[in-house]
Design a protein around this ligand. Structure first.
Ligand code: HEM
Length: 111
């Protein structure tokens, strides 16, 4: 996020929308909603602002032209952590009952 915050002026403007970083500097003069409003969303996650306006599919298509990179902080890394966490849980969920069954089997053999 600190990297994105460095680009929050009218002549160098990055926005984070839905886990992706966009360099919208060339779009400042062309934005139908005005450059000023985009400046207000700069240096922070602009997803909410972008969604609140109810941008058209055309606007979402335009967004692709300014795509820069995946956002590595905040919500995006949160999603990644949830994914890897989910994998770990499912392995335990498979191994644990197997271990219990094996222990029960050997216990009955011994007695
Ligand atoms: C790269 C990002 C953005 C793109 C490509 C974009 C594109 C557009 C386009 C094409 C429109 C015309 C209406 C439509 O097609 O939906 C529009 C309108 C508008 N946009 Fe954006 N926009 C962006 C970011 C933002 C952000 C971050 C905000 C708010 C902070 C914002 C606020 C508005 C507003 C208020 C309007 C309505 C203008 C009006 O109807 O008078 N936009 N935008």
């Amino acid at each position: 996020m600190s990297e994105v915050e460095k680009h929050s002026s009218a002549d160098d403007l990055w926005l984070v929308i839905d886990g992706k970083v966009y360099d919208v500097t060339p779009f400042m003069d062309d934005h139908p909603g005005g450059g000023e409003i985009m400046l207000s969303a700069a240096g922070k996650d602009g997803t909410q602002d972008f969604e609140d306006v109810g941008h058209s599919p055309h606007a979402r298509e335009l967004l692709k032209k300014f795509y820069l990179d995946e956002f590595a902080g905040g919500a995006a890394s949160g999603k990644a952590a949830t994914k890897s966490g989910g994998g770990g849980v499912s392995i335990i969920a498979v191994l644990l009952p197997l271990l219990v069954v094996l222990m029960a089997y050997f216990a009955s053999k011994l007695s």
